[in-house]
Design a protein around this ligand. Sequence first.
Ligand code: NAP
Length: 284
Amino acid sequence: MSPQSAQSEPPPHAPLAGVIGWPIAQSRSPLLHRHWLDRYGLSGHYVPLPVRPEHLAASLRALPKLGFVGANVTIPHKEAVLTVADIVTDRAALIGAANTLIFRDDGTIHADNTDGYGFIANLEQNAPDWLPDLGPAAVIGAGGAARAVVASLLESGVSELRIANRTRIRADQIKAEFGARVVVYDWAQAGNMLEGANTVVNATSMGMVGQPPLRVLLDALSPDALVTDLVYAPLMTEFLRNAQDRGCHVVDGLGMLLHQAVPGFERWFGRRPEVDEAARQAVL
Ligand code: NAP
């Protein structure tokens, strides 16, 4: 081999990926990806990447040059990455946020949102009898995560999607963008939208460690409803406990966190990882 060809074909290196956020120390994604890398004996590294908002664009452009094949994105960058990415999937554009980036060989940045996929996959795994189209869904909250949940529930065939948010205009905006199947309820009447609901979702940050619990009147909640919370710290929120006390099947939010990571890991490291008890324990 001539010195010239050796220079143009560097030795292959272990793929690098990471999670971009500010701050980032709280992210559990490195624990999960390192668990999967170890478990499958794959070469590769997944690191936390603390990136200040003002450095986002420059950091994203630099990462592929440093050998990164992709990255997850978390608060506060999920919306801003869309303005830097070269290709944005339809679902990320609809949701208005991305959580998974792929750095392609041609230098382009591809942005996707896998939160909705993770949300549905978590319910399919932990509530196998759940049928999304059996009745209305009720979503509490209208932030970034709620938009992913709304998109995925509508895609799953939900005929009516009820939504309530403290700041009503964000729920109205979701109706304007996602269409006629969305029905907006006043925050003060959030309990009313549970009547006849087949699926109930807390997509607010209420109930999270350090936040007040979500207090929605559950009188109208049917014991046949599936109730889930996006909050995963704690695993059993007061909202889920109250729903469980009424006889509902409840699913915590940790599975969504695990499942949303699957497509990125598969793409970057070449193996579709399993979401099982060992993966749960790795991030707990
Ligand atoms: P976000 O965009 O900041 O939205 C926060 C939502 O919570 C909004 O609907 C907000 O209402 C509501 N909220 C916050 N404090 C409230 C209060 N005191 N009273 C009433 N409503 C309140 O955040 P996000 O990204 O959507 O995340 C929401 C939650 O989902 C977080 O706990 C996050 O950790 C969790 N999450 C989990 C996963 C997972 O994989 N399990 C994935 C993504 C997010 P306003 O619009 O009125 O402010």
